[in-house]
Structure formats: structure tokens, C-alpha cells
Design a protein around this ligand. Structure first.
Ligand SMILES: [Zn+2]
Length: 139
């Protein structure tokens, strides 16, 4: 992958990482609606401000872009070869933050489910993930 952005475009792109209401996120929400799973959006009182929160099942869901959050072994997560230092620093930082957020949430008793952008492209895969939300709930 080549990084064709100039420094200011690149920092703009980085800031857009945590954009609200991305298309994959909307897909996940509409599927949850269809399955009758009740959720809250972007609860700021929780670490990492999870994209969807299912209080009844004590489950937080993050819908992550494969590149920005570095989906392991995914073709979409390939790092750019130009400006490698910049990208490595930023992507490593994103990954470290994600790991920290997951640890914090689970220490608070939340289960964390990450749904990757590429998984939202196939309805059967996405459905198989979403249906685990109520199933794994333990009182
Ligand atoms: Zn992926």
C-alpha cells in the first residue's frame, strides 16, 4: 500500500478514525434491531466509548475498521510502505489503546466483542457474530 497523502491530509485522516455512524456500524445496528437486541450507542461513561452497548447482556461491541485498528491477518490491514515510521507509530498506538480499553472493560465486568469491518461485508458472518451477544451472557 502506498501512502499518497501529504502530512496535513494524513493527520486529517487520522482524526477521522473514530468517526461516528460509519457504514459498517450502521449495518451492525440495523441487524441488532432486526434480531430484537436492545442497545445503547457510544456510552461515554465507559472506557473507549464503545460503539454499541448491550446492558442486559453486559456486552460492549466495537465495530473496527480493519486498517485503523489493524485486523490481524486481514488483507485490509496492510501497512503503507511510504511514511512507514508515521504509520507504524500511529497504528501501534491505536492497537495499544484498543488493548487497554478491552482490559479496562473486562475488569469492569463487561464482555467485549470486536466486529471487524470486513466481517460486516458478509451478512452470514456478521449474523453469526451478533447472535453470540445474548448467548454468552452469564448472570
Ligand atoms: Zn478485516
Amino acid at each position: 500500500m502506498t501512502d499518497n497523502l501529504n502530512p496535513s491530509q494524513r493527520s486529517k485522516a487520522m482524526r477521522a478514525v473514530k468517526q461516528k455512524d460509519s457504514a459498517p456500524e450502521k449495518l451492525v445496528r440495523s441487524l441488532c434491531h432486526q434480531l430484537g437486541l436492545r442497545f445503547r450507542l457510544h456510552r461515554r461513561d465507559l472506557p473507549g466509548c464503545p460503539d454499541l452497548v448491550f446492558p442486559k447482556y453486559k456486552t460492549c461491541v466495537f465495530v473496527h475498521g480493519c486498517f485503523w485498528h489493524q485486523h490481524l491477518d486481514c488483507a485490509k490491514s496492510k501497512r503503507p510502505q511510504t511514511n512507514a515510521e508515521f504509520w507504524n507509530q500511529n497504528l501501534d498506538r491505536n492497537m495499544a489503546r484498543d488493548a487497554e480499553v478491552r482490559a479496562l472493560l473486562s475488569s469492569l465486568g463487561w464482555r467485549v466483542l470486536t466486529i471487524w469491518e470486513c466481517q460486516t461485508k458478509k451478512l452470514d458472518i456478521l449474523t453469526s457474530l451478533v447472535v453470540t451477544i445474548p448467548k454468552t451472557f452469564r448472570c
